[in-house]
Structure formats: C-alpha cells, structure tokens
Design a protein around this ligand. Structure first.
Ligand SMILES: Nc1ncnc2c1ncn2[C@@H]1O[C@H](COP(=O)(O)OP(=O)(O)O)[C@@H](O)[C@H]1O
Ligand SMILES: [Mg+2]
Length: 254
C-alpha cells in the first residue's frame, strides 16, 4: 500500500490517511488498534471493496480495483447459508464460478479435512457449534485457493478456549498452505501469538503508528502465551494503543 487514503461520502476527514505498508508473500500480519481506528476499512480497501481517495493498494504486482479470487475474506459473523449443508456452503464460491458439482465437492471435502470439519459435511449450520461455523467460513474462504487471506476479527465471537484452539489451527493451516494473511483483531494476545509482524493503527485519522516485529520462535504452541517474553510483547502493543482506547471510550459516553 502506498499513501493509501480512504474516506466515506459526506465526511470531510479521511478514515485512513496515508497508509504505507508492504506485506511480503507468505507473511502473517496482524492489525490492532482502538475501535474506530479503521481496521475493517483497511481490510476492505485491501480486498477492493472500497475505492482509495488517494494512493493505491497493490497485490501481487497489480493495482487492486475490486474483489478478486486471489483474495479470500473471513468476517467476524459467520455468513453461511442456513439452507445449505456445510459441504455445499464451502463449495459455494466454486459454484458461483461454474465449477462442476463433482469438482467443487471434491475441493470442498479437502478443505473440510484441513479444517477439521470432515464429520460435519452433511450437517446444516444450525446443527454445529460457533467454532465449527467459523471453521466452515475459513474453509469457504480457502476453497478457491486465494493467495491472500483477509480476516476481520474472525474469532471474536467465540469463547476463549475455542478461540485458542482455532488460533493454533489457523497457524498450522497457514504453515501448510503458505498463504499471506492479514488478520484484524482487537485482542492483543491473539495479535502477538499469530503474527510475524503486528501493525498498530493510530485513530482519527487511521494511520500506522508502528509496526512491531514478533520474534517468537515458530512453530508456536499455545504454551508460548504464558512466557514473560510474550507478556512483554503484549504490553508493548498496549502502550501503543491505550490512549486511543481510553479516548474512544470517553467519546462513546458523550
Ligand atoms: N460505511 C461507512 N460510512 C461512513 N463511515 C464509516 C463507514 N464504515 C466505517 N466508517 C467510519 O470509519 C471509521 C473506522 O471504522 P472501522 O474501519 O470500522 O474501524 P474498526 O474496524 O477499527 O473498529 C469509524 O469512525 C467509522 O464510523
Ligand atoms: Mg472493525
């Protein structure tokens, strides 16, 4: 991203102002910042859902002008179609592309295997847990084999333990599939655990306050979260965002 500026119609000030960021192929980058700092807006701009008012986003050497198959998106809320089985939800993006039923179901089965959902293939979304539904969302984002995975607080609605299991599984999938991941979260421990680098956004307007490299060894097990080095890194992030977080809370009261 070079000089990326994004605003919304009818607003004078841009939401994102002059974001310069280079993400390497295969890198796992997390993005943190107070509520309203522009995390979701940044992700949507990378996906091509929002036009840049200035600057541009490039992915794989091309300027992003709209959504593309080479970028998969996972939202916080699960967006599974309730009348379709898990298998057919995961296969859905391929169906939209006109891929034959056999081919798309084969591809979806492989992803169900990868995300630990093989046994749930024929269930409907209402029959599985929130954690399983988020696995299905991830499988669906991966089914078209995108190069870049964009994730907007995908685990925020899950209970703490389910979230930790999914974090560890996501790292293992990332390791096996070699994707570039941009993962937005408001949970600092999640940001540190997953990332090669954490992008810390400052608020009003959204801009990069700091990029913090995470030097914890890989592969990472969940035990790493209980080391003093981990806690110290989380604290570094907290010091960078705490004024924005308090400010945002005060504004909401008014
Ligand atoms: N569609 C929109 N129209 C107008 N303003 C928006 C829109 N989406 C987001 N904003 C504003 O942009 C700012 C950043 O929002 P967002 O990217 O959702 O922040 P975050 O994800 O970090 O909480 C907020 O002030 C929000 O009110
Ligand atoms: Mg958001």
């Amino acid at each position: 991203m070079t000089g990326l500026e994004v605003g919304f119609p009818g607003q004078d000030a841009p939401v994102l102002d002059g974001i310069d960021l280079r993400i390497e192929r295969g890198e796992f980058v997390t993005v943190v910042g107070a509520s309203g700092s522009g995390k979701t807006t940044l992700l949507r701009a990378i996906h091509g859902l929002l036009p840049a008012a200035a600057g541009h986003v490039q992915a794989g050497g091309e300027t992003v002008k709209g959504p593309s198959r080479s970028r998969g998106f996972v939202f916080q809320a699960d967006c599974l179609l309730p009348w379709r089985t898990v298998l057919d939800n995961v296969a859905y993006p391929l169906e939209l592309r006109g891929v034959s039923q056999k081919e798309r179901r084969d591809a979806a089965r492989e992803l169900l295997e990868l995300t630990g959902l093989a046994a749930a293939a024929d269930k409907f979304p209402r029959q599985i847990s929130g954690g399983m539904r988020q696995r299905a969302n991830l499988a669906r984002a991966l089914v078209g084999d995108p190069e870049i995975l964009l994730m907007d607080e995908p685990f925020a609605a899950l209970d703490a333990q389910t979230r930790e299991v999914l974090q560890a599984e996501l790292l293992s999938i990332w390791d096996r599939r070699q994707k570039t991941v941009v993962f937005v979260t408001h949970q600092l421990d999640e940001a540190v655990y997953l990332a090669d680098r954490v992008v810390v956004l400052a608020a009003n307007p959204g801009r990069v306050r700091k990029v913090v490299p995470i030097d914890l060894p890989r592969p990472r097990t969940l035990d790493i979260k209980y080391t003093s080095e981990f806690a110290a890194t989380v604290n570094v992030l907290w010091q960078l965002i705490k004024d924005d977080v308090v400010h945002h809370a005060e504004e909401e009261k008014e």
